[in-house]
Write a protein that binds this ligand. Structure first.
Ligand code: BTN
Length: 358
């Protein structure tokens, strides 16, 4: 039986030679261990051209990033489960041929501040559309100044840049359309009927967030402009990693009994479906999605708390209009909201109750 250890296999910490690429992000090391097989410290050191001490340092780095790496004395290192690293060619292979041109290029980053920020920095040099994904976001962003946490290899952080001619003012409803695209992509991967949409930007299951969408716009209000659609989806998040997430969350592993699609397949299908949906949105607006959205609307008929412009009030969600604005009934009067923060009343209590009784 192997011994689980937090110390390195014998000898890996002994040398004080130059650490070579140990100073760099341990992407190459993770690629070697990704299939879940055990590799000795010396085999890793040889393949990466670094010392065993450098290997040990990088192993510690991977652990600090949230991965469980087992070290068996005298044998070597292995991950507790295989991981599928993001790969541009595999992502593009999962994009439908008719959407290749629209998706454009896909840049894969090992570590970046935020994929949305990266595409914003590159906006001026970007043509019609492009995409990027990252294994690690150091400053992943959510709506309203919140942060977005994603464990290494435990989710997908992806952004898609697209130009529009119609002006930013015409793009309301875009985050809802992106949510529909995510659900279509999940269905493409065999994951159906597990999640719905919580206006305006969450993919939810059982009142917990499975994925978040951050749409950022730039350009003219009435002329040429662009949208950056950022999508973060939880695939496998353990309890320790989840402890730093500041809202109720779930992941695909829990929703599917651990039968999650490959990360590259899912990323490619999301890009394909987002590209497809944004093309239709550009020509026909949100109205073309109104019906489909209604089928996914997790708020419909629910009592909700609305926070808008410093005000907080309670109403009943009545679906969305043809622009994607939320219809809320308040004291018998219907109000249409283009932006607000909404929460389902009693959702957390329901969830806690279910957990306790289950
Ligand atoms: C939210 O739920 O508030 C939106 C979360 C959006 C997270 C994604 S991850 C990829 C992209 N890059 C970011 O920094 N944010 C989005």
């Amino acid at each position: 039986m192997e011994k689980l250890a937090s110390r390195p296999p014998d000898g890996d910490r002994a040398t004080t030679e130059s650490h070579g690429s140990a100073r760099h992000a341990p992407a190459a090391l993770l690629a070697l261990l990704a299939d879940g097989h055990e590799l000795s410290g010396s085999a890793i050191a040889t393949q990466l051209g670094i010392t065993r001490a450098a290997v040990w340092k990088q192993i510690e780095h991977l652990r600090a990033l949230g991965l469980t790496v087992h070290a068996a004395a005298g044998r070597g290192y292995r991950l507790d489960a295989p991981v599928e690293l993001l790969d541009a060619a595999r992502i593009l292979a999962a994009v439908s041929p008719e959407h290749h041109a629209r998706v454009g290029s896909v840049d894969v980053h090992w570590q970046i501040d935020s994929t949305n920020s990266e595409l914003a920095r590159r906006a001026a040099e970007s043509r019609d559309s492009r995409a990027c994904v990252a294994e690690i976001q150091t400053q992943g962003r959510g709506r309203r100044g919140r942060s977005w946490q994603m464990p290494l290899a435990g989710g997908i952080a992806l952004s898609f840049f697209r130009r529009f001619e119609s002006g930013m003012a015409s793009l309301s409803g875009l985050s809802l359309v992106a949510g529909i695209a995510v659900l279509r992509a999940l269905a493409d991967c065999g994951v159906q009927d597990v999640a719905g949409l919580k206006w305006p930007n969450d993919v939810v299951a059982d009142a917990r967030k499975l994925a978040g969408i951050l749409v950022e716009l730039g350009g003219d209000a009435l002329g040429p402009c662009h949208a950056i659609v950022g999508i973060g989806i939880n695939l496998r998040v353990n309890t320790t990693q989840g402890a730093s997430i500041d809202q109720p969350w779930t992941d695909l592993a829990k929703l599917t009994g651990d039968r999650i699609p490959g990360r590259n397949l899912l990323a490619g299908r999301i890009l394909s479906r987002v590209a497809e949906a944004l093309d239709l949105f550009a020509s026909a607006g949100f109205a073309a999605f109104e019906r489909e959205y209604a089928g996914y609307d997790a708020l419909f008929g629910r009592s909700i708390t609305v926070a808008s412009g410093g005000d907080r009030w309670i109403g009943t969600a009545r679906g969305v209009n043809s622009r994607g604005a939320l219809r809320v009934e308040r004291d018998g009067v219907e109000i249409e909201l283009d932006s607000a923060d909404v929460s389902v009343r009693g959702a957390v209590a329901d969830r806690v109750g279910k957990q306790r009784s289950g």
